[in-house]
Design a protein around this ligand. Structure first.
Ligand code: S3P
Length: 432
């Protein structure tokens, strides 16, 4: 993919696809509930399609008509043993959530993934599940993961790593376990699973105690399906928001964007840096907060974000780093260790590619320091992505300001945003 510099403004109303996290949950939860669920605006990206195929392989009747996906749920124990291994492509969310769900089923299964997913840590989910007596055999803490489904024990689990995937995997295991499972979450993480389960009438209690959250799930309670309208993805919106901020005279509007407060760090960070962002029509949809957003070209100042921020916007650091490269002072983003175990070592790739674009930056411990200057003395026009969709899209946005940049292995963007290039070109970009 080549992202060319544009000398015109970005203007208009790009269509942002459905939220990836909510889309996964909109397949998983209705599949183990009772009743028919019509899902509108489901994200049709590779990651979500892998989750969808996994449930079809386990006998769930899922149909599609007029852009709506219908899931015919028959309850927690209606899933069938898949005839073959379950392939999850690049999707860490599918792997961690399914590991939990399948541990408490009555059949055995095996999870496999692509090269990137097969190198990502799975002990973070198998260890807490083993505390519930789960039987999981992995490959040195990585995929493939063989799961011997069985009756689990309800217990108390303390989650030290800030991760919604770990929390959600344990919650899904607990739903089919006798007794009450208690999860102590020490750091905030996105709460889409809890929100959806509450609306599906799960027996789930949530207690907040400063930064700690205690989630109690009483298992074996029948879930009742509801229709879901998936809001649009803030993480995907962030590429457009930053593109409009850094390109002169730009003004764009994004509609029906999920602004769940456990995930809105990118908006807070950009506003702190001086971005001109306005919110309209704040409302809720399936108990998720949504609104319309208008963003204009703005002057940015650098900022110092502490590690707590990373819990609210872990996926947005690649694009925030691009924004910070155009600020009038340095930025420090602290506590980014989790970025090293995403679809790529994102922390290193952000630094490497910023340096290729002529931006001075360094990593100290797990902190990223960016020292912007007005001159982009491009050292290498080729952007290394290691097939990471968010690195590819973030540097495509960089290209709209300083390009042309050649983004390597850019088909990775199908992981989360297949229409990325079309939507950008519709508002005035030149990406080919
Ligand atoms: C996700 C949780 C986050 C995020 C990922 C989606 C989810 O991962 O990075 O893109 O849907 O639960 P962690 O739970 O590892 O932080």
């Amino acid at each position: 993919m080549i992202s060319n510099k544009i000398n015109t403004a970005l203007k208009g109303l790009p269509k942002i696809p459905g939220d990836k996290s909510i889309s996964h949950r909109s397949i998983i939860i209705p599949s183990i509930s009772n009743g028919i669920c019509e899902v509108s605006n489901l994200l049709k990206s590779d990651d979500v399609i892998n989750t969808l195929e996994a449930f079809k392989c386990m006998g769930v009747n899922i149909t599609e008509q007029n852009g709506k996906v219908t899931i015919y749920g028959k309850g927690m124990n209606s899933l069938k043993k898949p005839k073959k291994e379950i392939y999850l492509g690049n999707s860490g969310t599918s792997a961690r959530l399914l590991a939990g769900l399948l541990s408490s089923q009555s059949f055995n299964s095996k999870l496999i993934g692509d090269k990137s997913l097969s190198s990502r840590p799975m002990k973070r989910i198998s260890d807490p599940l083993k505390k519930m007596n789960a039987e999981i055999y992995d490959n040195n803490g990585k995929l493939p993961m063989e799961i011997k489904g069985k009756e689990l024990l309800s217990t108390s689990i303390d989650i030290k790593i800030p991760s919604a995937q770990i929390k959600s995997g344990i919650i899904l295991a607990a739903l089919n376990t006798n007794g009450t499972t208690e999860i102590v979450e020490n750091h905030i993480s996105r709460d889409h699973t809890e929100i959806m389960l509450q609306s599906f009438e799960a027996d789930i209690d949530i207690l907040k105690n400063n930064s700690k959250k205690i989630i109690k799930i009483k298992g074996k309670k029948e879930l009742i399906s509801k229709n879901i309208d998936v809001p649009c993805d803030l993480s995907s919106s962030a590429f457009f928001i930053v593109a409009a901020i850094i390109n002169d005279d730009s003004k764009i509007k994004l509609c029906n964007i999920n602004i769940n407060p456990t995930r809105n760090g990118i908006l807070i960070a950009l506003e702190k840096m001086g971005a001109d962002i306005n919110y309209f029509n704040e409302r809720t949809s399936n108990n998720e907060k949504v609104c319309d957003i208008e963003v204009s070209n703005s002057k940015l100042t650098g900022c110092d974000l502490d590690s707590d921020f990373s819990k609210l916007m872990i996926d947005e650091y690649p694009i925030l780093a691009v924004a910070a490269s155009f600020a009038d002072s340095p930025s420090i983003f602290r506590g980014l260790g989790e970025l090293r175990v995403k679809e790529s070592d994102r922390l290193n790739l952000i630094m490497l590619n910023l340096q290729r674009c002529g931006v001075k930056c360094k990593i100290e411990n797990d902190d990223l320091h960016i020292f912007p200057s007005k001159n982009f003395d491009i050292k290498n026009k080729s952007i290394k992505t290691d097939y990471d969709h968010r690195i590819a899209m973030a540097f495509a946005v960089m290209g709209t300001k300083i390009g042309p940049l050649k983004i390597e292995d850019a088909n990775s963007i199908n992981t989360s945003f297949p229409s990325f290039v079309d939507e950008f070109n519709k508002i005035g970009a030149h990406i080919s």
